[in-house]
Design a protein. Structure first.
Length: 332
């Protein structure tokens, strides 16, 4: 398998005044070249810390890499110096952030912002820069690109600004694009357009994509693989269809149940997951989902569930799926 990125046993903590927060706890996943993986979970589960760790954007301190490797094209990014990372960031790996209004420079014309990142990595003339900015706006389907390159971000709608963010990220033709909640601030119709656009870019430019989201509905159309995170850990991962139709972990089941269905009765209540995730200052000894799980057993409180391989790359960390429980009726 041709993996562009391999995250191996990564653990990231933050040293704070009150103690250490174990934000990411020994996670592993791969991104295949030209494929899309979605990292899904509630706020605070460690998704964005993972994305920012790949980009090496976390300030050290307070962030500390306690363990693991982030291998991009065969090289461990955790061993790179800041100047080496500057050559990779915005060039081979690009990122689209959640809020386009705060991520774009309000004082700089959009065309200049598209070319600015590319100029950091190679010399281009003014006319080449202008052509690149127009081509990128065309690629992301912004109408009248010749006129729009001379406008400022406040002259664009929310959806159009997110397209500009994607144009900036794609201008250097990155091998890996990380999109952190790229559609959260947008209405449903624009969300669908942005997701279609990302699919088109993946197909046309063979870019590998990591999409970070709290919304399982968003990824149904775009992701090849899913990694579900909870309390800093990956608790289920595998091919999208495997996870959607053969869900193994109680938390993933609850997440899926909370996605609104198109044929829902308008009086029907949306499912929510009661309770809140554990405090990562003092991570639980056993399963992190124990306090919220209606299937919890005695063993779950005391022992961290092992990662069980269900075949075809589908794995989950839940005692319910342990072979001994499945064959002998329980490990309680
Ligand atoms: Fe629930 Fe136990 Fe599975 Fe955790 S290990 S999700 S508590 S059944």
């Amino acid at each position: 398998m041709d993996n562009i990125l391999e995250v191996k046993d990564l653990a990231v903590s933050f040293q704070t005044f009150f103690g250490e927060v174990e934000a990411v706890r020994n996670i592993s996943f791969n991104v295949e070249r030209g494929k899309t993986i979605a990292i899904v979970g509630e706020s605070g589960c460690g998704k964005s810390v993972t994305a920012n760790s790949i980009m090496q954007l976390l300030p050290k301190p307070p962030a500390v890499y306690k363990n693991g490797e982030i291998v991009f094209n065969g090289e461990n990014l955790l061993n790179k110096s800041e100047s080496e990372m500057t050559k990779i960031r915005g060039n081979k790996i690009s990122m689209v952030f959640q809020d386009p209004m705060t991520s774009l420079n309000p004082t700089m014309k959009v065309g200049k912002q598209i070319v600015e990142g590319v100029r950091k990595h190679r010399k281009i003339s003014n006319s080449e820069g202008k052509k690149l900015a127009i081509d990128m706006l065309k690629l992301v389907s912004v109408p009248q690109p010749e006129k729009r390159i001379n406008q400022y971000p406040h002259e664009f709608s929310g959806g159009m600004r997110q397209r500009v963010m994607i144009a900036i990220a794609m201008a250097s033709k990155p091998e890996l694009l990380i999109a952190d909640e790229p559609t959260t601030a947008l209405d449903v119709t624009v969300q669908a357009q942005i997701l279609d656009l990302m699919k088109k870019l993946k197909d046309e430019m063979n870019t590998s994509i990591i999409i970070i989201t709290h919304d399982l509905g968003v990824v149904a159309d775009i992701a090849d693989e899913l990694a579900v995170m909870y309390a800093g850990q990956i608790i289920e991962k595998g091919k999208l269809n495997e996870i959607y139709y053969n869900t193994k972990h109680p938390y993933t089941k609850k997440l899926l149940a909370s996605v609104p269905k198109i044929n829902m009765d308008r009086n029907e209540e949306l499912h929510s997951i009661e309770g809140s995730p554990p405090d990562l200052y003092i991570p639980p000894k056993g399963c992190s989902f124990y306090d919220r799980c209606d299937k919890a057993m005695r063993i779950c409180e005391e022992h961290m569930p092992e990662f069980i391989d269900h075949g075809n790359g589908h794995c989950s960390a839940c005692w319910l799926n342990h072979p001994q429980r499945v064959s002998k009726g329980g490990v309680e």
